[in-house]
Unconditional design. Sequence first.
Length: 401
Amino acid sequence: MSGIGIGQRPVNRRQRFVKGLWTAIWFAYLGAPVTDLLHGGHATGVRVLGWLGLAAFVTWYMILVFRTGRRDHERLVLASLAVLAAQSVLLAVTLGREWLVLFVYVSIASGAALPVRYARWTIAGASALMSAVAFAVPDGRAYLAGLLIPALLGGFAMTGVREMVRTTIQLREARATVAQLAANEERLRLARDLHDLLGHSLSLITLKSELAGRMLPDQPDKAAQQVADIERVSRQALVDVREAVSGYRRPRLAAELAGAQVALTAAGVTAAVPVEADLAALPEDAETALAWSLREAVTNVVRHSGARRCTVEVLRRETLDGTVVELTVADDGSGGRGGVPGNGLTGLTERLHKAGGTLEAGPQKQGFRLVARVPAGTVPDGPGRDGSGTDGSGTDVGSPA
């Protein structure tokens, strides 16, 4: 979602349009000044000046709101607010009590454009100035009760929204930093593993190659033995490298559970995630498929669902087809778009099918639910429970989907 929030500067045409539309909605409260100009019985010259003053106020207000998020000096913003306040005083004093509503916009602009340390004073100052002007204009006190509370609440509410947006941006940056650090740490782990695995093997291969070269003219049998050792060490080094790279690419369910807790919490979603899961005798491919399923499900919750709560469960169940490990991810969000499943769910279905498992995913009454099942394998204390002499993955494909 590429919307634009309070306290953020729009960076493209669409965001400018969205922010302009959102800001323009609140101009409905200018109905009182507009009605006063149309039906207030003012002279023609006064109306013209009133329309010009209202247009100048709205233009200045929009410029101030759209500059929110730039690294301007507070003095410039304060000067702009002073101009708005002066326009409000002038229009309210000369045209009447209907124009007191302009001070509400001054208060809201203060909360949107200034840090809290300044906004708390400017909001109170705008409200106090409105009260003073209300006592100065005829029948202004009758309007004061209906405008003072909106000015105070609106202004301070904008400071809260501004701080929330700032905190959200910081959380997103922190998440990106954490992800980058995790990736760097994994690269370092792989580099350390490869160094430890290959350092000794390559050194040994070099030494034996030199030794075989020296033995070749006079001791061909011993040289052949050295070459055989070189082949053995090389094959073992190749196996070790493949295992290291496989471990680098293969996600683990325990690590994904911990990552899901961090990701959901950082996104402001109340998470119920188990600390550990019963993975006894679970084949490596099956665990990997569950880990990918959890990663994809949590990513969708964070990015698309708008959920407030997400529950993750990993349970071992007995079914007619044997023991399965079941991963359930349920949220209370929008429930998805429905229709044809996306590439992520299609890829998960293929991964689980290769591991002998199944995938159920779709909207529910409140939110979205994903259930991934894989065969649990043979339990060490109970050999032969499957009864088929295989890993039991062939019949689970017929589970309801």
